[in-house]
Write a protein that binds this ligand. Structure first.
Ligand SMILES: [Zn+2]
Length: 365
């Protein structure tokens, strides 16, 4: 989730990673770091050269010294960045990215071929491997193999999704992925998360996924950023329509808060926010490259529950289909034909305001 206020220390506990794959592609929904590496290598091998798998060691390693893995597939001119599990306890997202890579590596279908001709996909299935191993939202800062501690001896943790900021880049993860992003210069991005529980406005139905953008459409920031106020809404509407057609009918817009106080987020340090703003940290992005980006928030997480053998399959497939639809819409150009104002048709609570880095900005500011 994007919202603040979750204590990472309390969330540390047993890692509910599924059984290892033992050489099979029958992955548990909760993919461990080791599972991911094995799956990526299998996908690369069976893809016969279509999917390229590599570490980002040249850009850096995690605080605890783990390699970051990425995969590239497609030969097209339009570059799409997909990232999952920047929050280490938001786990079904990784499996969805692996399933997607598997499809792109093994399917000879016409629709897949068309997408691979138009797009090049850069996928990061597990942005926060240390957090995934610890089953925490955040990561922990390390020094010489030991956790760094504050004056009272408490380990220092960082929310990686607040760390692409001028005063940020506290964690090695952030700098490594930022450098890689600045090299790739994607045209679009999507970021996969989990949220807690909410119901679709005006119903008793549990939301299965929320669609969001971390600089709120029509909010304080985004309308002044290129044409992203339209593009990000078009992307969300396109995914919403596609998922509805697949029978996923409990999708809404991402908002935080509860009761009658619901806010859209407008935060600048989020990774996808910094992408849209064209952050140039340490002159690593001197052209101020930027790209529109949206995120998916799947229901349930390993802290609050809601995950289980049955729902995991449903929710993973929802992520997978949403991703595939987004790629198809970008590839075909159909997203550009969507009326962005239809974003207002995606269910949402009456807006109380915007949650910004410096506090709440009321609606109609
Ligand atoms: Zn998250």
């Amino acid at each position: 989730m994007f919202s603040a206020g979750v204590s990472s220390a309390a969330a540390a506990g047993t890692v509910p990673g599924g059984p290892s794959t033992n050489g099979e592609m029958n992955l548990s929904s909760l993919v461990t770091y080791e599972d991911m590496i094995k799956a990526l290598k299998d996908i690369e091998q069976t893809s016969q050269g279509k999917v390229e798998v590599f570490t980002l060691d040249e850009y850096g390693k995690s605080e605890q010294g783990r390699s970051f893995y990425a995969a590239k597939v497609g030969t097209g001119p339009v570059k799409v960045w997909i990232q999952a599990q920047i929050h280490g306890d938001e786990k079904l997202t990784t499996r969805a990215v692996l399933d997607l890579l598997k499809t792109f590596g093994s399917s000879g279908g016409k629709d897949i071929k068309a997408m691979l001709n138009n797009l090049t996909i850069y996928a990061v299935p597990m942005y926060n491997p240390d957090g995934s191993m610890m089953n925490t939202r955040t990561t922990m800062l390390y020094d010489n193999g030991e956790p760094k501690r504050n004056d009272s001896g408490k380990p220092l943790t960082v929310d990686l999704n607040r760390d692409w900021a001028t005063a940020g880049f506290k964690a090695k993860e952030s700098l490594a992925f930022y450098k890689y992003w600045a090299d790739v210069k994607p045209d679009y991005a999507v970021d996969l998360h989990h949220q807690g529980f909410k119901t679709v406005y005006g119903t008793n139905e549990s939301t299965s996924m929320s669609l969001g953008v971390s600089l709120a459409p029509d909010g304080p920031t985004l309308p002044n950023v290129k044409d992203y106020n339209d593009v990000t809404r078009q992307m969300q509407v396109y995914v919403y329509d596609a998922l509805k057609q697949y029978g996923y009918t409990h999708i809404d817009r991402y908002q935080v808060g509860d009761g009658d106080k619901r806010y859209e987020i407008d935060i600048k340090g989020g990774v996808v926010s910094a992408m849209m703003l064209g952050l140039n940290y340490n002159n690593l992005n001197p052209t101020h490259h930027s790209n529109p980006a949206i995120f998916f928030e799947t229901k349930g997480n390993t802290r609050e529950g809601g995950l289980g053998q049955k729902s995991n399959g449903y929710l993973t497939k929802q992520n997978y289909l949403g991703l595939k639809a987004l790629l198809e819409g970008i590839s075909s150009g159909k997203i550009a034909q969507v009326n962005p104002d239809r974003w207002g048709d995606i269910p949402a609570y009456p807006l109380a305001g915007y949650q910004t880095d410096s506090g709440i900005v009321p609606a109609g500011y």
